[in-house]
Design a protein around this ligand. Structure first.
Ligand code: ZN
Length: 238
């Protein structure tokens, strides 16, 4: 069986993606991306180019959409809005064309890939609680639903009646269905600033964390006058 990497929420952070890429080169057959390639970080075009060339599947994130559909901007806080408008000014027509081409969902055998939730994906709802997870399970039939969006690695297991949050590594069992969030490559928010992603191999999904040169990303963000909060949060993992 193939070894598949599931990555999400790169957010224009090339320094983080570069380190993840070096790790994946040696270890992986296929890469699936759950969206938010751009927004927040200082090198959106480079990240798009890498995703284009390396990912088998890519779904659209809310930031990927907001750069070409500015009607979405009202849903973002002022820092994110500023970063999205800055990102838009840095992208080529080709980059925008690629972001516009991304689907909201991809189905691959027993897997569903979606950025936020299978419940009205275009509304970008978050899956944090058991209740939100349950609603997501009821909205589709796939055995494993891969989501991003929260920037916090997490997993839910859904059985006959019971639903619970489970820890990594996950042993995928025939009796259950799963929601798996691999966390964020470029802006983790679980107080661990290392890049986060996951690897699916046979029946196991493991979470991988790798350090990257956070200061290098921060320096590039200062140079581009991106909002200070977006710069400092990278080192804190918030
Ligand atoms: Zn995101």
């Amino acid at each position: 069986m193939k070894k598949i990497a599931v990555i999400s929420d790169i957010h224009g952070n090339w320094e983080a993606l570069k380190r993840v890429s070096q790790y994946l080169e040696k270890n992986i057959d296929e890469i699936w991306c759950l969206g938010d390639i751009v927004g927040y970080g200082p090198e959106p075009s480079k990240c798009i180019e890498w995703v284009k060339g390396n990912c088998k599947y890519v779904v659209c994130g809310n930031h990927d959409k907001a750069v070409w559909d500015t009607g979405e901007l009202i849903y973002f806080n002022p820092w994110a809005q500023e970063a999205i408008l800055w990102t838009k000014s840095k992208l080529s027509e080709e980059d925008i064309k690629f972001l516009r081409s991304l689907p909201l969902c991809v189905k691959e055998k027993e897997f569903l890939l979606v950025h936020s939730s299978p419940v009205n994906p275009e509304q970008w709802t978050y899956i944090f609680s058991l209740w939100e997870a349950k609603e997501a399970f009821q909205h589709c039939e796939e055995k494993v639903i891969f989501v991003g969006h929260t920037h916090v690695p997490s997993a839910f297991q859904f059985g006959e009646e019971e639903i619970k949050e489970i820890d990594f590594p996950i042993n995928i069992n025939n009796r259950f269905r799963y929601i798996i969030n691999p966390g964020s490559v470029g802006q983790p928010r679980d107080k661990d600033p290392r890049a986060s992603f996951g690897i699916l191999y046979e029946n196991t999904f493991e979470l991988v964390r790798i350090p990257y040169d956070i200061k290098a990303t921060q320096k590039k963000m200062y140079e581009e006058n991106l909002p200070i909060f977006l710069i400092t949060r990278l080192a804190q993992g918030i």
